[in-house]
Design a protein around this ligand. Structure first.
Ligand code: GRF
Length: 216
């Protein structure tokens, strides 16, 4: 069984899907700690409900960014965390944490990277007028949403989509692919070669076309 440390800043619906996956046995993993940078994050309530330890670590209480992230790394290591999960953690992670957990930090982003990185991926995609968007789980490197891609889910986007309507469609898939990516890690099926993530036992799947070619 692997130990997870989850970092979240907000509602924590991804955190919830991961906790549920550990409790149902889908994931052979346990969430050892929830760390948040926001005392008001609803993720804290979710953690309490599941008797998961919560740590509120606010950046402004630390002298600088490096000290903040090396403190987080220490807290994670103290608890024997194997894999760090950024589940809506709205900050670019600093190198002291990345160095300690290289290729052992995963992030979820609400767009098909490398399109629409940074904040409001759903709004960027809706405003651009793409026909397909989705979400990406990737390993974290020093850049903003630039690390090697593990898994992506695509969803259709429509001309009248808003950030909210597209975001809702995407979020539903986030809740599926994040636990799956963690599962692949826990089964030892992931390795990284340069920019590419190699998945043991990977197979091909079908295409998605939107609008469908037979829509009449
Ligand atoms: C998700 O859309 C995620 O992709 C992004 O932040 C949002 C977090 O949602 N990084 P939640 O807190 O998991 O509900």
């Amino acid at each position: 069984m692997i130990k997870l440390g989850v970092l979240a800043s907000g509602s924590g619906s991804n955190f919830q899907s991961i906790v549920d996956s550990t409790e149902s046995g889908y994931l052979d993993a346990r969430v050892a700690v929830l760390i948040t940078d926001k005392p008001e994050a609803y993720a804290i309530e979710r953690a309490k409900k599941h008797e998961i330890e919560q740590l509120v670590l606010i950046p402004k209480n630390f002298p600088d960014r490096d000290t903040y992230y090396s403190h987080i790394a220490d807290e994670l290591k103290k608890r024997g965390v194997d894999l760090v999960i950024l589940a809506g953690f709205m900050r670019v992670v600093g190198s002291p944490l990345i160095d300690q957990y290289r290729e052992r930090i995963m992030n979820i982003h609400p767009a098909l990277l490398p399109s629409f990185p940074g904040l409001h991926g759903q709004k960027q995609a809706a405003d651009y007028g793409v026909r397909i968007s989705g979400c990406t789980v990737h390993f974290v490197d020093e850049g903003m949403d630039t690390g090697p891609v593990i898994i992506q889910a695509a969803v259709p986007a429509y001309h009248d989509d808003t950030e909210e309507s597209l975001g809702k469609r995407i979020l539903k898939q986030e809740h599926k692919i994040f636990p799956y990516a963690i599962r692949l890690f826990s089964e030892g099926r992931l390795s990284v070669e340069g920019r590419k993530v190699i998945i043991k036992g990977e197979r091909e799947d079908s295409v998605i076309i939107n609008p469908p070619l037979d829509m009449d």
